[in-house]
Design a protein around this ligand. Structure first.
Ligand code: FES
Ligand code: MG
Length: 591
């Protein structure tokens, strides 16, 4: 059954079958053969496949993987491999304080150490909740052993009173209804719980579904893996097929560096626009690219992605949820639409061992209401704008969620289309926002832009999803459901707010947002993709000279390590020193 590895010898044999060093081999062998495995199989020349398990009680979005594990292992054994499951540091988006974003790089570091330091020849990355996907793709890129991603799939569609109740999106809406006095606390909780009816990750096109679609668009999964809802039969089948496939990938020595090329990232960026993907995709893909040694710049998101159309009618940019997306054909149907229109690179290699073009042959949308044809999109030019100016070098705006009402109210002044000039109100963080948003002294009206700072990677720490600030209750009751908001933090991928976010550099490291004051005039110009504080340059320079960084308190050792080494969101929010380590599996660790 076993085929010789293309590279001559598996790295796991250096542990389990090395006659040059009987002493160490004996130590490795005796402890692994006393449980689960036998000496015969460990010395049979079969590859050891790690399964990075991200599921646990603490990580409910990924808990499905506990139940998929049997099928993954069966697939690995059926193809002649030896499965070895191990845990990944949990990253539960809705459980971890101060933010799960703090732990992406921690899980990344842990995974790199496991893949480098243990007898593993290839790995199945079990993905799902937002940061679990980039953390593991980043780790696989750094180590560069054969790797394939398998996500757990979204939850079934949520329903409340006959309406679709989408993860996160239902909460942003209920928050407004509560502030307007139209629902009470009890109904708020009922609506929220209705959106989570089964195992799985968020059923909207939030960051989880986006990042799993990105893994597929990059070529790091089997075709069609991303969109299958967690409880579906096909999810179990995909787990088995993924287990089988990783063994062949090891025999073929097909590594992340063969798949994660610049062209693969360009495909992913275009796909992200077509699915109406999360504003968290840019920092995560920037991070994966940097660890893979691929040059990708934040402005690529506009130059490559902006002109693409929105094809997927899924919340928060549209109306449907995960089940409909899967039934309509999922990611392959979207990519096939883009490919037919000549918008994707077809010759890129993927985890299937075939090119993306081959993978997508014959794939089609089965429901044009859910996945639109390329020539009949939900919206043209639906990508991110990458803004710049004196407040930041870069910040993102997701244009696919700009509603007509928002456009009419803020961006349609005759003679100044796409331009909005307003008074700034500045908050120092989410606590300050909650304490003061309803203070009449701030005089917040429709000619106000809300700013929030100190919430980036270093400032928060980890970068918080708080930029989608809700207007004051009085304004909500008057029918103003969104105000333009800006910040150096992020926002939930499930938010339909057209915020300007991920501003880099962040304020606590001296980015322009640090010098803004409540009452300043600010000008947003979507035609030139700029945003500037209209403050006299001399005055601005004086504020800069007078500025000193705020005191930041670390509550754990990791927070301090993270703050010392993390970069900006525009560069992926990586541990900067880690990006110098590439393809580390080329060198075996010392015995
Ligand atoms: Fe985990 Fe959305 S909170 S997937
Ligand atoms: Mg989130």
């Amino acid at each position: 059954m076993t085929k010789p590895p293309k590279s001559g010898r598996f790295r796991s044999q250096e542990w389990f079958d090395n006659p040059d060093n009987p002493g160490m081999t004996a130590l490795y062998l005796e402890r692994y053969q006393n449980q689960t495995f036998t000496r015969e199989e460990l010395q049979s020349g079969r590859p050891v496949i790690g399964i990075a398990n991200t599921g646990s009680d603490l990580a409910p979005c990924n808990k499905i993987h506990i139940f998929l594990m049997d099928r993954i292992k069966a697939g690995i054994r059926d193809a002649g491999g030896i499965p070895m499951e191990f845990p990944v540091h949990p990253i539960q988006e809705t459980g971890k304080r101060p933010t799960a974003a703090l732990d992406r790089n921690l899980a990344y570091l842990g995974l790199v150490e496991v893949l480098h330091g243990y007898p593993i020849d290839g790995v199945v990355l079990t993905t799902g909740c937002d940061k679990t996907t980039p953390a593991q793709l980043m780790g696989a890129a750094t180590v560069d052993i054969p790797a394939i991603a398998l996500n757990g799939g979204p939850m079934l569609d949520g329903w409340y009173m006959g309406q679709r109740a989408g993860s996160g999106t239902v909460i942003w809406e209920a928050r407004r209804l509560l502030a307007e006095g139209r629902i009470d606390y009890e109904e708020f909780m009922e609506r929220a719980c209705a959106s989570a009816p089964s195992l799985g990750h968020c059923n909207t096109m939030g960051t989880a579904s986006t990042m799993n679609a990105m893994a597929e668009a990059l070529g790091m999964t089997l075709t069609g893996a991303a969109a299958i809802p967690a409880p579906f039969r096909e999810r179990m089948e995909m787990a088995h097929a993924t287990g089988r496939r990783i063994v062949d990938m090891v025999f073929e020595n097909l590594k992340p560096s063969d798949i994660l090329t610049r062209k693969a990232f360009e495909n992913a960026i275009r796909t992200n626009t077509a699915i109406g993907g999360s504003t968290n995709a840019p920092p995560h893909l920037q991070a994966i690219a940097r660890h893979a040694g691929v040059a990708l710049h934040i402005t690529d998101w506009q130059t490559i992605g902006f002109d693409e159309p929105l094809l997927v009618n899924m919340q928060p940019a549209g109306e449907y949820l995960g089940e409909s997306f899967h039934r309509a054909g999922g990611v392959p149907a979207v990519m096939a639409e883009l490919m037919k229109a000549g918008r994707l690179h077809d010759h890129v290699m993927t985890a299937t061992g075939k090119t993306m073009g081959d993978n997508l042959a014959g794939r089609d949308s089965h429901d044009h209401d859910v996945i639109r044809p390329h020539d009949r999109p939900l919206r043209e030019k639906a990508g991110f704008l990458v803004l710049s100016g004196n407040l930041f070098d870069s910040a993102l705006m997701k244009t696919s969620v700009i509603s007509d009402a928002f456009r009419d109210r803020f961006l349609s002044t005759p003679g100044a289309e796409g331009i909005f000039e307003a008074r700034a109100v500045v908050f120092e963080g989410p606590e300050d926002y909650h304490a003061r948003i309803n203070d009449p002294a701030l005089a917040i009206d429709e000619h106000t832009i809300l700013f929030i700072r100190n919430v980036g990677c270093v400032g928060y720490p980890g970068s918080a999803e708080v930029v989608n600030m809700q207007p004051p209750d009085a304004l909500l009751r008057a029918g103003v459901r969104h105000l333009p908001t800006v910040g150096d933090g992020r926002q939930s991928g499930t938010s339909e707010s057209p915020s300007i976010l991920n501003a880099s550099p962040e304020s606590v490291v001296g980015g322009g947002l640090a010098y803004l004051q409540t009452g300043d005039r600010v000008r947003l110009d979507l035609n030139t993709a700029t945003m500037d504080a209209l403050v006299d340059p001399k005055e601005w320079a004086q504020r800069q000279a007078d500025w000193s960084a705020p005191h930041m308190e670390n509550q754990t050792p990791w927070q301090e390590i993270y703050r010392r080494h993390v970069g900006q969101l525009s560069d992926g929010g990586c541990l900067e020193l880690a990006t110098a380590y590439q393809r580390v599996a080329r060198n075996l660790p010392r015995d």
